[in-house]
Design a binder for this molecule. Sequence first.
Ligand SMILES: NC(=O)c1ccc[n+]([C@@H]2O[C@H](COP(=O)([O-])OP(=O)(O)OC[C@H]3O[C@@H](n4cnc5c(N)ncnc54)[C@H](O)[C@@H]3O)[C@@H](O)[C@H]2O)c1
Length: 327
Amino acid sequence: MRVLVTGGAGYVGSFTVRQLLGAGHEVVVIDNLSSGRREAVGECPLEVLDILDSHGLRSVCRSFRPQAVLHFAALKSSEASLSEIDTYFRVNVTGTQNVVAAAAEADVERFIFSSSCAVYGTPQICPVDEESPIRPESPYGETKYLCERMIAAYGRATGMRYANLRYFNAAGAAVDSSLGEYTDRTTRQILPVAIRSVLGLAPAIRIFGDDYPTEDGTALRDYVHVEDLARAHVQVLHRLDRDEWSGPVNLGGGQPTSVAELLDALRKVSGHDVEAIPAARRPGDPAVSWADPGLAHRRFGWQTEYGLDDIVRTSWAWHSDVPASLG
Ligand SMILES: NC(=O)c1ccc[n+]([C@@H]2O[C@H](COP(=O)([O-])OP(=O)(O)OC[C@H]3O[C@@H](n4cnc5c(N)ncnc54)[C@H](O)[C@@H]3O)[C@@H](O)[C@H]2O)c1
């Protein structure tokens, strides 16, 4: 299948591109390289293009004639979206409209969108399934939900099948350290920040909230290995081809992991101490959030192959082996 991938030079996108190529698909990547890396796409054709350039998007669609579009390109920090709200709505919402409109104009039949568990905000009940109330708490989460609705509307109007994949926390790297996440001082995700701290590139890690109503007092999250996430895209793509179904799908491991457990796993894997300082809870951070990935399993046969130890081990190896990954 001819597959157009926006944001394919980024973290989740680059793993997905690699797996799509491995499955025999023909892939073209669109990325403005604002956070993505040219080397992450390897030999795959890359159009350096901004998704705000609707003319450029249409032109790529006309020449490549994609049969499916996987749309990863976006800005992704809930925290930054508070201070950069205009930019977040422009890139994430206007950019997505440009991508969906170009796809519809090119008669693309399958559209897969990178949504987020941020659409649920603070869940009332965990694990969170797709019927849970939608209550985004950041402009970022709002942009993701607006995009989901826009894609659903295009789907109804044009017959394009779509999947809005709500990722929980992507983490980990390739087992051979050939691909992984590029980080810098602005990175907020706990695992790369903790690794940076162990490697002496950042101060002691702050644990935001150690008085939550959880067993060890720290927040519970759902980490999902990036290879598992990437494989989900390939499986969903193949099924969208056959099924008459469209809708939202949670992609998480379905296992809650506390911040303290994650740091313990890093201590074990790295053989180093991980200095952690308790800090105040951050507004908008849920105490607990983990997925019910049952729909992804029932509908697409997807389940995770990697667990917490794999996530921590591959991340640690990637950041230790590839100094460029640390910015
Ligand atoms: N990483 C996670 O844990 C996570 C969780 C939930 C949802 N998501 C979503 O998954 C998607 C991919 O996330 P990621 O972690 O790979 O992020 P990333 O920043 O590594 O990748 C995003 C890619 O999009 C590109 N991009 C950004 N703005 C662009 C623009 N205007 N035009 C063209 N390209 C642009 C970047 O250069 C980058 O290559 C995003 O939509 C994100 O919101 C990620």
